[in-house]
Design a protein around this ligand. Structure first.
Ligand code: ATP
Length: 251
């Protein structure tokens, strides 16, 4: 589903290399967790997957469903089923969350040559998805993320994911700022999307999330490269011992 080969990428503005020879394969049906110290390049990797233009790929490739995405812009990638839940979701003043969701869903449908959703169908889908995430219809009338609490913003990201039904879900620290109950709600939302034709990349600092979203593989990112991969036991080892040993072993 996703194959990242020897990826090198830098900040377009000043040329600083952040991703330095990263290899990662995530199969359909798999949930891969990425862990790593602050500043190792986890968020940068997520932005590059989504196609953010502040970064330049200088070497290597990102293969999604057998094809390189490097020439695709963010909207094309989204229409092809790549979704990023942001670490810091953006506020969009003046645009009601409902309106945003409707436009996002219909733009993707148009790009895929599918008919637009009718308003009743859209409302029904949103009500169902929002209910399971304990998001009220009142909240959805407010401008997207404006004045939302940290946890509400993260739940709104998962709502978008549920509605868009992407094939490659990238979750950047979706657990940060969530209380215990919200963490379970979000994890249930992610688990409900687990399917043999969908791959998920979960970026997190904490083993706690991985108790709820059990990963098939765990990868340690350090200085822009994956330096160790393993199964869920690796996350427990990191929690107990930190990164120092693994990173020095890899070096
Ligand atoms: N646009 C940018 N301008 C300057 N530096 C950047 C930019 N984007 C990323 N960096 C730097 O690249 C490095 C990797 O950042 P990134 O946010 O990807 O790390 P991270 O692993 O997600 O960290 P954290 O765990 O703290 O969220 C950091 O040193 C960061 O300061």
């Amino acid at each position: 589903m996703l194959e990242i080969r020897n990826l090198h990428a830098r900040i377009a503005e000043d040329g600083t290399e952040i991703i330095r020879g990263l290899d990662l394969t995530v199969k359909a049906g798999e949930i891969a967790a990425i862990m790593g110290p602050n500043g190792s390049g986890k968020s940068t990797l997520s932005y590059i997957l989504a196609g953010r233009e502040d970064y330049e790929v200088t070497e290597g490739d990102i293969i999604y469903n057998g094809e390189s995405v490097l020439e695709m812009d963010p909207a094309e990638r989204a229409a092809a089923g790549i979704f990023l839940a942001f670490q810091y979701p953006m506020e969009i003043p003046g645009v009601a969350t409902m309106q945003f969701l409707k436009v996002a869903m219909n733009e993707q449908r148009k790009a895929r040559g599918e008919p637009e959703l009718t308003t009743p169908d859209f409302i029904r889908l949103v009500k169902e998805a929002a209910g399971s995430l304990e998001i009220s219809m009142e909240m959805l009338k407010r401008p997207l993320n404006v004045g939302f609490s940290g946890g509400e913003k993260k739940r709104a990201e998962i709502l978008q994911m549920k509605l868009l039904e992407p094939k490659l879900c990238v979750l950047d620290e979706t657990d940060s700022g969530l209380d215990i109950d919200a963490l379970k709600i979000v994890a249930d939302g992610v688990n409900a999307l687990r399917s043999p034709d969908r791959a998920t990349v979960v970026i997190t600092h904490y083993q706690r999330l991985l108790e709820y979203i059990v990963p098939d593989s765990v990868h340690v990112l350090s200085k822009g490269r994956i330096v160790k991969s393993g199964d869920k036991a690796l996350a427990l080892e990191l929690e107990a011992n930190g990164y120092a040993n693994i990173i020095s072993e890899a070096a």
